[in-house]
Write a protein that binds this ligand. Structure first.
Ligand code: SF4
Length: 265
């Protein structure tokens, strides 16, 4: 196969972390800094949307921290919807603010196509999730409830499964990422095959990672300020991130470069 015959690459998801503030302080969280976090400026958010318009991509995830505690959440959400009308809009939230603030719930119903909600003992949001999920489902939103298995009892899992079955939401479970609980380091042979999923995460300072599990700023490969941003999004990867050593999701591609060169390893 020659390079000319390869299908064009499309970024599946771009995740923009608009804040590192959160209304919870989950032990396992690697992305937020409680009340001490920072909000992304509207100017940077607008610049990120400009950059994203230069690459083919399907879904925009608005995340944090807890994105709904950013005071500009309604304006940023509407701006993204207006500037990227063909993009699937996804909100990652713990739903606590949405249950308490009708205005923010209305914005969510107006702007977002999908809502991903973390729910377990750490999030401490069972009541809010039971309140918000039916409302979002009635509005026709795709809702995914995600529980971290290390932080939930089987009773609670059953209750969430029942809620999701009743409302048509999707319930998934996951493991904590990147928490060093004494596990052996990954041997890190070939580069991680998960890179081929083509996820881009943009931090609140505009630094970029081509992995959703990125947890440290030191490994950023490029920023939204780079003129050749679009090329860098799809450039082959040749190095592991330093946090891949402790990542539960490491999957050896067997290749020293991903995507693998056409026609061979
Ligand atoms: S090992 Fe984990 S952190 Fe590293 S690229 Fe794969 S999914 Fe991302």
């Amino acid at each position: 196969m020659t390079a000319a015959l390869l299908p064009p690459r499309v970024l599946k998801t771009a995740k923009v972390k608009i804040t590192t503030k959160c209304n919870r302080s989950c032990d396992f969280c690697i992305f937020a800094d409680g009340a001490h976090g920072e909000n992304m400026s509207p100017e940077l958010f607008s610049a990120i949307l400009d950059r994203l318009k230069t690459v083919p991509f399907r879904q925009l995830h608005i995340n944090g921290g807890e994105p709904t505690v950013h005071r500009g959440f309604p304006d940023l959400s509407r701006l993204a919807r207006a500037r990227l009308p063909d993009t699937v809009m996804v909100l990652g939230t713990n739903a606590i603010t949405l249950a308490r603030n009708q205005r923010l719930l209305n914005v969510t119903r107006e702007v977002y196509d999908q809502v991903l909600i973390g729910c377990d003992d750490e999030h401490g949001n069972y009541d809010e999730v039971h309140e918000v999920v039916p409302v979002l489902r009635d509005a026709g939103k795709t809702v995914v409830v995600n529980s971290v298995l290390e932080a939930i009892t089987s009773d609670r899992l059953d209750q969430l499964a029942a809620l999701c079955a009743e409302t048509g939401a999707i319930h998934v479970t996951n493991h904590v990422h990147h928490i060093d609980v004494g596990q052996a380091e990954n041997p890190l042979g070939g580069l991680c095959a998960r890179y081929l999923d083509q996820h881009l995460m943009v931090e609140i300072d505009g630094s970029c990672y081509r992995c959703f599990n990125a947890m440290a700023k030191d490994d950023s490969e490029f920023t939204v300020w780079d003129d050749d941003f679009a090329q860098k999004v799809f450039a082959p990867r040749t190095q592991h991130y330093r946090f891949c050593l402790k990542c539960h999701e490491y999957t050896d591609s067997g290749h020293a470069v991903v995507p693998a060169p056409a026609g061979g390893a």
